[in-house]
Design a protein around this ligand. Structure first.
Ligand code: MN
Length: 501
């Protein structure tokens, strides 16, 4: 469902006419070679397209306008092999609507000590050419990523890859449609927010539907659709005997299949990328969608429980960032704690909707009562999550701005088996520890819902937040509560003044 190869990053080199056609041709050759190497790098998931060597304000302006209107272009990588007086860039950069990364590199890796002459110096002058370009970015207060090092270096390519993944997610959000079945759940505060502001600032829009709209599509599922879907379940999961054909709860599995068929058809027909449900609002539905949500998330849809559209959008963005990488992305909730001498642990889960992309082994397809909501028992996939480093991120509407907060954690095996817990789950140690992580999270107003991933990193989220122009707060091994609180205060001031800076 998510194909990052559809996207292009344009590689753009700045220069000026001063150097003459021969040097400019060499600059173009070198640029083509670097763009090709980046395009072939395992770290870059998108196409890298060398555009041209830009030597005039008009050419720069035209290029930026072309990038804005290109459907596939998700951003620029800029590089000044030679010197490109940065006043030439003002008109273009002030119009540019796509993110850009400034690659501060040099064609030659080392200095050819015995050969170096003034021709070499004049060609390989990114050391100061890129500083001139950097000045205008800072003078214009443009958010961009600066990546420093030789272009063949693995770390340089990896950093550009992270940026390209964030840029892909950002492009994916622009014009994205989210479906919201039912409204916000009861009086929950953090799941609310300003959807108009989100559309202005973040690019996606949220469309509300009555559950009846979905039920109507569900009821259009044919017998052969249902049989086909049930067969997929039997092929893909360890299904408990009660749900098997002939089992006493098989009708519930068929009901689950009907929900999935309806949801899929609804989301496909409306070209939606993410959706929310709420268990408070299930008129005409026999059971809360569990299995269907888990499988739709696996296929790349964003999801948020209880009407949480911000988290559904974030799950989708992280699914895009994660495309093609090992380790999954799931909707998640901090559920309950294990406070112990071996470290205070968080058991993360949700009522049903954890994505199977984070499962450590083949999920079990089970049925259990929900114990709240008063509906029929929902079918769901039950599994333990992978172990290893992961990150949980959440987004809140703070009134004057959107804030993203993330915590780096280490997912560990559960102390003992959990034979009676009928939901998918992950157990983790937050970094640096629960006391610091949870206090910081709570001071930041972080939500109980997160988007949780093993492959998306703090760097992806930082790049993404910079593109969105929103606040990003990281809680990791270096976090101290007092400093974190001070950062919150300074950020309040910064974002308030930022509008006038
Ligand atoms: Mn929840």
């Amino acid at each position: 469902m998510i194909d990052l190869k559809q996207y292009e990053v344009w590689f753009v080199t700045g220069s000026q006419h001063l150097y003459g056609p021969k040097t400019l041709e060499t600059v173009a050759e070198h640029s083509r070679e670097i763009a090709a190497a980046l395009g072939a790098s395992k770290h870059l998931p998108v196409q890298i397209v060398f555009k041209s060597v830009l030597t005039t304000p008009d050419a720069i302006r035209e290029l930026c306008l072309e990038a804005n209107s290109s459907k596939n272009c998700i951003g620029l990588i800029t590089w000044m092999h030679t010197f490109s007086p940065a006043k030439m860039w003002i008109a273009g950069l002030s119009l540019l609507k796509k993110p850009f990364a400034h690659l501060h590199t040099q064609y030659n890796q080392g200095i050819p000590w015995s050969e170096i002459d003034m021709d070499f110096m004049n060609l390989n002058q990114a050391a100061h050419g890129d500083r001139e370009f950097g000045f205008i970015g800072s003078r214009m207060r443009l958010d961009r990523k600066v990546v420093v090092g030789h272009w063949k270096e693995d770390e340089v390519q990896a950093q550009l890859g992270v940026w390209a993944r964030a840029a892909s997610a950002w492009a994916d959000w622009q014009g994205a449609r989210l479906a919201r079945f039912g409204d916000n759940m009861r009086d929950v505060a953090v799941t609310e927010g300003d959807k108009v502001e989100a559309q202005i600032k973040l690019g996606y829009s949220v469309y509300g539907y009555g559950v009846g709209d979905l039920v109507k599509v569900m009821n259009e599922a044919t017998e052969s659709d249902i049989q086909k879907m049930v067969q997929e379940y039997l092929d893909e999961y360890d299904v408990v005997p009660a749900l098997l054909p002939g089992g006493e709860k098989h009708a519930s599995l068929r009901e689950g299949a009907k929900i999935e068929i309806g949801l899929r058809n609804f989301l496909k027909a409306g070209n939606f990328k993410a959706f929310t449900t709420t268990f408070e609002d299930l008129h005409g539905m026999a059971q809360l969608p569990g299995l269907a949500v888990q499988r739709l998330m696996r296929d790349g849809y964003g999801f948020g429980g209880e009407g949480d559209w911000k988290t559904s959008a974030l799950v989708r963005a992280m699914k895009v960032m994660n495309a093609g990488m090992k380790g999954g992305v799931s909707f998640m909730e901090d559920y309950t704690y294990h406070l112990s001498a071996s470290g205070d642990k968080v058991l993360g889960s949700h009522m049903l909707e954890i994505c199977e992309s984070i499962a450590v082994s083949k999920p079990k397809l089970e049925i259990h009562p929900l114990s709240i909501g008063g509906k029929a028992d929902p079918v769901r996939l039950v599994f333990d999550a992978n172990t290893g480093p992961a990150i949980g991120a959440s987004m809140m509407d703070m009134g004057q701005r959107f804030r993203m907060v993330a915590n780096v954690v280490d997912v560990i095996p559960t102390d003992e088996p959990l034979p009676k817990l009928p939901v998918a789950r992950a157990l983790w140690l937050p970094r640096p520890n629960l006391k610091v992580a949870a206090a910081s999270w709570i001071y930041a107003g972080g939500a109980h819902h997160t988007s949780f991933s093993y492959s998306v990193t703090a760097e992806h989220l930082q790049d993404f937040a910079d593109m969105a122009g929103i606040e990003f707060l990281l809680i990791d091994e270096n976090t101290r509560v007092q400093e974190f609180k001070e950062k919150l205060r300074w950020n309040d001031l910064y974002y308030h003044l930022n509008k006038g800076l």
